[in-house]
Design a protein around this ligand. Sequence first.
Ligand code: PAZ
Length: 353
Amino acid sequence: SGSATTVAAAVNPFAPQFRSSIFLLPREILMDAANRSEDVEQTLQTQVKAFFDSAPPLHNSHDITQKLNQFIQRNSSSSENGDARRIVCVTSGGTTAPLEQRCVRYVDNFSSGHRGATSTEYFLKAGYAVIFLCRRGSFQPFCRSLPDDPLVECFEPTNDLDIQVRNAYSETVKRAIVDHHTAVAGGHLLKLPFGTIFEYLQMLQIIAVSMRCIGTRAMFYLAAAVSDYYVPWKDMVEHKIQSGSHLLDVKLVQVPKMLSVLRENWAPLAFCISFKLETDSSILLNKGNAALEKYKMHAVVANELSTRKEQVVVITRTEKITVLRDNSESDVENPLIKLLSERHISYIKDSSR
Ligand code: PAZ
């Protein structure tokens, strides 16, 4: 957030670092601010380039691009009602920042993937095609009501050593398999798993650039918890760090703020929603507002860790809407996705005027 703070200050001539130049002519003040803003932009571009240049390349980028192009093409032909489907990229789960190239240890980010998986189900229901960019091993759509160890808990051997679904789980298993199969076989759900921050950001870039051709029909719903700090690949030790010292001295640098890059360069027409998570409710809304401004998001969903499954606040330039789940049996994602889908439709209409 160091560089982001500078952005805010650069366009505010009354920010502390401008106070000494308050006697300059207004035009000079503005020029000064514009120059600083350009500097900040350049610094970000340099950081972004350094990040991608040093990241270990994705081994399957060709395969991912091919899958994406097919998926986007398939969902871009008109349906019965004459409209092409809207496509949303849902990001889900936490990214890891490895400490060693042959990674044994890493810094993780909290996110079970429940928000992303549940939201995906409601997006599909609302008629979207979903690109689900998810942390490997996190919650998956249609599987969240299964027990922790589904294979051994839901299935049992028969007397002749065949396998059958246990009675208690027959409905749950059937629903999960049928709904998942309908979405994937119908060509409306594409799952792309990531582990590290390097994989996540490279994949997000490929997805965003591939979705550029659908313009305002694209939505980004960025619920993943993304690392703020990482060890650049070139500075990382190759082998497992040996224990023995009382102090582990690892230098982590800030991950460049890719949300601005997504908005401005990768997918400038897409409808973009980011999430803001805090544990201190007294700073949540201010932080959400700041993210809206800083990254030029169309909406920020603010949530507090302990109540995130019960309520969220959707912040846009003109509104602040508290979204609550109906009851303990229902999901807050149901009304949330309805609201965001409506706002996306208005955005598409307004943009085509
Ligand atoms: O994945 P989950 O359901 O356990 O939690 C969801 C969440 C809190 C990670 C998500 O709603 C969120 O706020 N993501 C952004 C986190 C951030 O501010 O980096």
